[in-house]
Design a binder for this molecule. Structure first.
Ligand SMILES: O=C(O)C(=O)C[C@]1(C(=O)O)C=C[C@@H](O)C=C1
Length: 267
C-alpha cells in the first residue's frame, strides 16, 4: 500500500502516514496530496484536519469539498514540538504556520526579536535550519542530529496538543464500517434558521455532532459550505434518515458523503 502525505520526511503527517502504509511518498501541500489520490496516483493520502490549539487546517477542508474522495480513517496524534537549530543564536524561526501558531506565546516570551517564516511543513523548516545557522526550526525532536541540536522541548503553548488527520482514499474504498462520519453540505440558500434546519435532523434522531465548521463557498460574501462530523455511522438507519432530510434542504446545492471511519491513535 502506497500513501502520499506532507513532506519532506520527518513531518507529523509522515509519522501518521507510516501507520497506514509501507511506502510513504511526499508532496508539499495538502491540495497536491488530495489531488494525487483523486487522480488515482496513490491508494491513500494523509492530511491534517484540525489541531486542538489552533483549530482547522482550512486548506484541507476546502480541497476535500472540491474533490470526490472517501475518508476511511482518522488518526489522532500528540504534537510535542521542539526548537531545533545549529546553536543558540538565530534570527528566524521557520516552520509550518500551524506549528508557529501552536507555539505563539512561547516564541513571543522567549524570542521576542526573532522573525517568523511560514514554510510548507515543519520538516521543510528543519531542512532550512540545517543549511542556515541563522534559522531555527520547530518540529518533532526526532528531526535533530546532522548538525541540529534540540534547544528546547515541549514548547507548544498548551501541554495537551493533538492533531487529527484524515486518511483519504478513492471513492470505491468507502467503507460500511466506522462509528464516526463526515459530510460536507452546500445548501446554496440563505434564510433565518437555515443552520438550525441543517442541525435539527441529527438532534431529532439523537445523533451527536462532533464538529460543525463553516467555510466560505467562494461564490459570494456570506455564502457558506458546512463541514459536519457526527458520532454515528453513515449507514445507520438514523443517519440515512437525517441525511435524507438534509438532501431536501440542499436540493439547490450539494452534499458530499465523505464516509464513515474509526479513530486510531499514533504517537
Ligand atoms: O508540518 C508538519 O509536520 C505537518 O505534518 C503539518 C501539521 C499541520 O498542518 O497541522 C501537522 C501537525 C502539526 O499540527 C503541525 C503541522
Amino acid at each position: 500500500m502506497k500513501a502520499v502525505t506532507l513532506g519532506p520526511e520527518g513531518t507529523y503527517s509522515h509519522r501518521a502516514a507510516g501507520s497506514v502504509a509501507d511506502v510513504v511518498e511526499f508532496r508539499e501541500s495538502v491540495t497536491a496530496i488530495v489531488e494525487a489520490v483523486a487522480d488515482g496516483q496513490y491508494d491513500r493520502g494523509v492530511v491534517p484536519i484540525e489541531n486542538s490549539i489552533e483549530g482547522s487546517v482550512t486548506e484541507s477542508l476546502d480541497v476535500l469539498a472540491d474533490n470526490e474522495l472517501a475518508v476511511i480513517k482518522e488518526i489522532v496524534t500528540p504534537i510535542r514540538h521542539a526548537l531545533l537549530a545549529q546553536d543558540e543564536t538565530f534570527e528566524t524561526v521557520a516552520s509550518h504556520s500551524q506549528a508557529l501558531a501552536q507555539c505563539r506565546e512561547y516564541l513571543s516570551e522567549q524570542y521576542p526579536d526573532v522573525g517568523l517564516e511560514a514554510v510548507a511543513s515543519t520538516a521543510r523548516g528543519v531542512e532550512i535550519a540545517r543549511e542556515d545557522a541563522t534559522v531555527a526550526g520547530i518540529a518533532h525532536p526526532d528531526n535533530s542530529g546532522n548538525g541540529l541540536q534540540v534547544l528546547a522541548e515541549d514548547i507548544q503553548d498548551r501541554t495537551s496538543n493533538a492533531t487529527r488527520f484524515f486518511v483519504v482514499a478513492p471513492v470505491e474504498d468507502r467503507t460500511q464500517a466506522g462509528g464516526k462520519s463526515t459530510f460536507i453540505v452546500y445548501p446554496n440558500d440563505d434564510y433565518p434558521g437555515l443552520l438550525l434546519d441543517l442541525l435539527e435532523p441529527f438532534a431529532d434522531r439523537d445523533i451527536n455532532l462532533t464538529r460543525v465548521e463553516s467555510r466560505p463557498s467562494g461564490e459570494r460574501l456570506g455564502d457558506y459550505v458546512f463541514h459536519i462530523d457526527i458520532a454515528a455511522g453513515l449507514y445507520e438507519d438514523r443517519t440515512e434518515q437525517a441525511l435524507a432530510d438534509i438532501d431536501e434542504l440542499a436540493a439547490d446545492g450539494w452534499i458530499r458523503r465523505l464516509g464513515s471511519y474509526d479513530t486510531s491513535h499514533v504517537v
